[in-house]
Design a protein. Structure first.
Length: 164
């Protein structure tokens, strides 16, 4: 195995621990986090946001809470998918196994994380979140596969050029 595989494997485990720790937070803490992000988005993208009354700012943050949470789900699992792909990908594997193995591993982790949330106060495990997470995983895996494919293609074209 290459050094990259070990580094990605280590980072994947660290990322799984980070995901687990966020999932272990109660619904109140998680909602407060989302609201803070919503307020930050408002301040960043809405010119007159700071002039709004506090109640209107909070309503805005609550209104975009759901998209923030779902975007976070997809993004955190895209990162996990990329890290798991970097762990298991080798040029000797078929393209299907380069994609399927990392996707399956990270998706099983997503399902186990949703199960874990069943035991956290105010949280619930959602099949729809596993589906969203697995889509994020696939995006991360495909990005890594594409990058490594381009790198391999570039390396092969340089070898052919240098052989003349």
């Amino acid at each position: 195995m290459k050094k990259r595989n070990y580094i990605c494997g280590t980072l994947a485990v660290v990322w799984m621990i980070i995901i687990f720790s966020f999932s272990a937070r109660t619904s109140d803490v998680s909602t407060n986090d989302s609201n803070r992000i919503g307020l930050l988005i408002g301040k960043t993208f809405i010119h007159e946001f700071n002039e709004w009354e506090e109640e209107k700012q909070i309503e805005f943050a609550k209104k975009i809470d759901h998209p923030i949470r779902k975007t976070a789900h997809a993004m955190e699992y895209a990162v996990l998918g990329a890290l798991v792909a970097g762990t298991f990908i080798t040029l000797k594997r078929t393209m299907a196994s380069r994609i399927l193995i990392p996707w399956l591993i990270a998706t099983i982790y997503a399902a186990s994380d949703e199960f874990h949330q069943l035991f956290v106060a105010g949280r619930s495990g959602q099949v729809s979140d596993v589906m969203l997470d697995s889509t994020g995983v696939m995006a991360g895996v495909l990005i890594i596969v594409f990058i490594l494919w381009k790198k391999e293609k570039y390396s092969n074209s340089r070898m052919h050029f240098n052989s003349f």
